[in-house]
Design a protein around this ligand. Sequence first.
Ligand SMILES: [Mn+2]
Length: 403
Amino acid sequence: MKFIHCADAHLDSPFLGLKQMDAQIGAQLYQAPFTAFEKMIERAISDDVAFVLISGDTFDSQNQSLKVQWFLKNQFERLQKAQIQVYLIFGNHDYINDTTTHVNYPENVHVFGPSVQTYRFISQEGYKIDINGFSYDQRHIPTSRTSEYPKPAPDAKLTIGMLHGGLYGNGANDYAPFTLEALQQQGYDYWALGHIHHHQILSQRPLIIYPGNLQGRQADESGAKGFYEVNYDFDELKPTFMPVAPFQWQTLTVESPEPLNINAVVAHLQDMLIAFPRHTNFLLSIVLKANSVAKEVQEALINEQLLSILQDQLGNTMANQIIYPVSVRLMAEADMNLPEIDTKFWQANVDQVFNLKNLREVLGNLTSERFITQEFIHEDRLNELRKNAELKILNNIQEEDAD
Ligand SMILES: [Mn+2]
């Protein structure tokens, strides 16, 4: 018997913050989470799995759009035809509210409510499998919910817990926090987690697994994305990671001993791309690391011509594969060649100038728009602003030196 465990599909993600992206590639990227989900469904059918566990954040937004609901209904109907069950919890992104659920899902879909509940699945062989879980009914769940999960039933062959949440760590955790020990001591065989977008096996016995998202949404969600297919021979559980993301985010660092000019940047990148795998598309965050960077490259970084050039140059190198730069920046530690006194002054003051509070103040009333807050009140934007300011200062200093 097999089952699939996925999470964090984030269907209908707007993919914010991608500047000057080619419209066609942008459209494919928007479609990518849907494509990844369809690939997962195809795999479920071709491998004849017994059921699919979906551990939250299937929708990107708590306004579960009709478009996504209809898409899911169609996908779930494909599973229904193949007699595959679906167990679905909602997470902090798609938490249940009064306006949720307008589309009726087929009968093979079992949705968990806000209290922990149990669905029992009977395998073809007659084994009883219990699946426990709950859905978010609010954005934040600051208290642990693990104590609400029932002990395994004596007649159950296999017990699974579904949980959208985060490990207790250093800071606050508003997402149904749990400790590894609590999950391990529950007596379950498999914990189907969701919420963290990086796939990882937290524990082997019992298996406690984050499948990660089906498609990375931004540069820091790099690497392969997909789901786990779990083989169960009624003795042991064997999980296998299955990558399905049409696009993979990847950071590429261009290192050069010589001053980096435009020819060197392009040549280094083209060399690196030769070794790239061909099975998926790549969105590149390019980082330039060199002792010095030619002035025209610095200027092209500021006015973003460099990104345009690299998109033109690298975007069409491979047939049937997209390798597309989405950002290019200097490495933070890059030697800016600032006079020492200036560097000290800059570092002492930079945090007082470039912080989220100031950014919010600059944007004023605009921050009442949620999409503006999401797009601009962000560490990434602060870093960009800071880098651009550093480059402008650097350029002015060099011009002064030249005078
Ligand atoms: Mn989440």
